[in-house]
Design a protein around this ligand. Structure first.
Ligand code: HEC
Ligand code: HEC
Length: 215
């Protein structure tokens, strides 16, 4: 008799604990969608694939990107000036200023849940160079293979390494140059700054175009 009473009480206690523990961890996709549709849509599009009007490839695609990576970037944009993890960008610093951390989690999860529209590599002449550096790097100059961190097909590895496949080439090119000058310095352990410092302009262009075409 005692045993029969005891079991349901323990189950209820575990249930309540699990519900309490899980609730703050679950992003609200509907709320994220609403933020996307009201604040982000003009530059990143309703589904994170950019806008039909083509506001231009300087605005990255967000669709299908790892949620944890998107959230990190949003927090980095929101970080105080002077903070080591800050990602400085006049537009994005302003965009996230009024959003709570919960808003950021929701909108990151929403865009991550959207389907990425693939791109194609546009420059036939540089595909071989892009592929070679992507897959093997250049040991003589200390350039590591991009595939080592971003994956052979550019899908990235959550949580640390972003997806690069299907991204606008112009955006990836701009980011590689920003890492090279140190203008973007939110990469943990200077991982990307070290890589980009060893790349020349034509290599950056080739890599950005090659990565766009990966799928
Ligand atoms: C007025 C245009 C504009 C709006 C609106 C905008 N963004 Fe951006 N976003 C940009 C630009 C430009 C960049 C590239 C910043 C850079 O070059 O470092 C960017 C970059 C990002 C990145 C980094 C992506 C990556 O791959 O590293 C994320 C995440 C992002 N935006 C999310 C959002 C979210 C979420 C909203 C809405 C709350 C939003 N943006 C609204 C222009 C915009
Ligand atoms: C040692 C691991 C590592 C290697 C090797 C590496 N990356 Fe990265 N890369 C990263 C990390 C980590 C980030 C995200 C930094 C952050 O958190 O902001 C990143 C970010 C990027 C971004 C910005 C993505 C975005 O959405 O803004 C580009 C572009 C990029 N890498 C290109 C490359 C290319 C091209 C190569 C090869 C030449 C390469 N990476 C090699 C770790 C690596």
């Amino acid at each position: 008799m005692r045993k029969l009473l005891f079991i349901p009480i323990v189950c209820m206690a575990i249930g309540a604990w699990a519900a309490g523990a899980a609730a703050p961890g679950l992003p609200d996709l509907a709320k994220g969608k609403q933020t996307a549709a009201t604040v982000c849509v003009g530059c990143h599009g309703p589904d994170g694939n950019g806008t039909a009007a083509g506001t231009g490839p300087i605005y990255p695609k967000l669709a299908g990107q790892h949620s944890s990576y998107l959230l990190k970037q949003l927090r980095n944009f929101k970080a105080a000036e002077g903070a080591v993890e800050r990602r400085a960008n006049a537009i994005m610093n302003g965009m996230v200023a009024a959003l709570s951390d919960e808003d950021l989690r929701n909108v990151a999860a929403f865009y991550a849940s959207q389907t990425l529209k693939p791109e194609v590599a546009r420059n036939r002449q540089t595909i071989d160079l892009g592929r070679k550096l992507w897959r093997a790097g250049d040991a003589a100059r200390g350039v590591p293979a991009c595939a080592g961190c971003h994956g052979p097909a550019g899908a990235g590895i959550p949580a640390q390494f972003p997806r690069l496949s299907g991204q606008f080439a112009d955006y990836s090119e701009a980011q590689l140059k920003a890492f090279r000058t140190g203008e973007r310095a939110n990469d943990p352990n200077s991982m990307m700054r070290v890589v980009a410092a060893r790349l020349m302009d034509p290599e950056i262009k080739a890599l950005a175009d090659y990565a766009a075409g990966l799928r």
